[in-house]
Design a protein around this ligand. Structure first.
Ligand code: NAI
Ligand code: MG
Length: 352
């Protein structure tokens, strides 16, 4: 029996095309002889594309993307000092537009310290948790404005949006994920002692949904305390659920303690499956090393494992993870002279 897997590929800018080339090779190899008929369609989007065409995310492209089972995304964005592109344009008009339009309400970021990978923590212990970050609300929705700009009386607002529907669906998703993990523990991270209106909506959602998952234990941390524990005792975490802003910050810290940006993968997931989900490395386009085959493609490759899980091919996802685990265990960061494609090839060799 053969099933089709129809993937949109957006390599993007900088190191995006270099790391996505390796991720694509991994997808091609892991699906061979499995009955999965892989079909890949490339889409050109990002800063370079805007410079060439003036397009950020045209409606036709958005419509075409909707027809795929999932999206594999590299990174977009120019070098921070590049004055040819207005700051924030690609982020708002392309990346955030994509995440909001396709209703990617679960931003999933697994954090695992693989054996052999050095952590900046002296005693990291076992680190294996996931952060379920809300992806469509919070302070990132652009609900604000400015009055009397540039005067001493300037007023700027950036209002955080939290809907009962939006909070409930992401909290339920986090409980489900906790229920599927051996430790079955959920931590809500917020700041409900100060951000009382949004905080209590989140707290009540957790209390209301908890009885649906009697095997899952849950606790609560203020976000400031969560950053302390993430440094002093990251083993205490299993599943963290939190809002868009806190999740953005915490997942960067989580990436740092688990071996850095070259390994961190993420999914922007629409769990209602009304539109395709998108899988991408956490890192950006790294203009400082672009085009030099210096980028680590592991984060992009691990993103394909999240993609395979989402499309219902968990056995293939586990194969990709095992191949990565084997490769990182044998690395010596200081003396690893391999190019982007050599790392990709080594992981592919481990897959076979
Ligand atoms: P960045 O993640 O691109 O780079 C930060 C540092 O990490 C750089 O020194 C880079 O060389 C290094 N690095 C990143 N990925 C690496 C990899 N796979 N292997 C080895 N080293 C790696 O963040 P930065 O410099 O702040 O942003 C560059 C551009 O990327 C900006 O335009 C930014 O807006 C964009 N960006 C895009 C994202 C996305 O598309 N989702 C996410 C983050 C940033
Ligand atoms: Mg970030």
């Amino acid at each position: 029996m053969s099933e089709s897997l129809n993937i949109a590929v957006i390599p993007g800018d900088g190191i995006g095309p270099e790391v996505i080339a390796e991720a694509v090779k991994v997808l091609q190899v892991v699906t061979v002889n499995t009955g999965v008929n892989l079909k890949l369609t490339n889409y050109k989007l990002g800063a370079e594309h805007w410079l060439e065409t003036g397009e950020t995310l045209p409606e036709e492209t958005l419509t075409a993307l909707r027809s795929h089972d999932a999206i594999l995304f590299g990174a977009v964005g120019a070098a921070p000092g590049d004055t040819r592109i207005p700051s924030g344009l690609i982020e708002r008009e392309m990346l955030l537009k994509l995440r909001f339009s396709l209703d990617h309400f679960v931003n999933l970021r697994p954090s695992k310290l693989y054996p052999g990978v050095p952590s900046p923590l002296a005693n990291p212990g076992e680190i294996d948790f996931i952060v379920v970050r809300e992806g469509t609300e919070g302070p990132y929705v652009g609900n604000g404005g400015v009055l009397r700009a540039g005067t001493p009386h300037e007023i700027a607002t950036e209002v955080s949006i939290n809907t009962a529907h939006g909070v409930e669906r992401v909290v339920r998703d986090a409980f489900r994920r906790a229920n599927d993990r051996p430790r079955k523990h959920l931590t809500l991270v917020h700041k409900h002692n100060v951000l009382v209106f949004a905080g209590h909506l989140w707290r009540r959602a957790v209390e209301a949904i908890a009885p649906e998952f009697p095997e899952v234990t849950h606790d609560y941390l203020h976000v400031d305390a969560a950053t302390i524990f993430m440094t002093t005792n990251p083993s205490r975490f299993d599943v963290i659920v939190t809002d868009n802003l806190f999740g953005d910050i915490l997942t960067d810290q989580a990436g740092a303690i688990t071996g850095g940006i070259g390994l961190a993968a993420s999914g922007n997931i629409n769990m209602d499956r009304t539109a395709p989900s998108m899988f991408e490395p956490v890192h950006g386009s790294a203009p400082d090393i672009a085009g030099q085959q210096k980028a680590d493609p592991t984060a992009a490759i691990l993103s394909t494992a999240l993609l395979l899980d989402h499309v219902g091919l968990p056995e293939l996802a586990r194969r990709v993870e095992a191949a990565v685990e084997g490769d990182v265990a044998s690395r010596d960061e200081m003396t690893d002279p391999r190019t982007t494609s050599e790392i990709g090839d080594a992981i592919i060799a481990a897959l076979a």
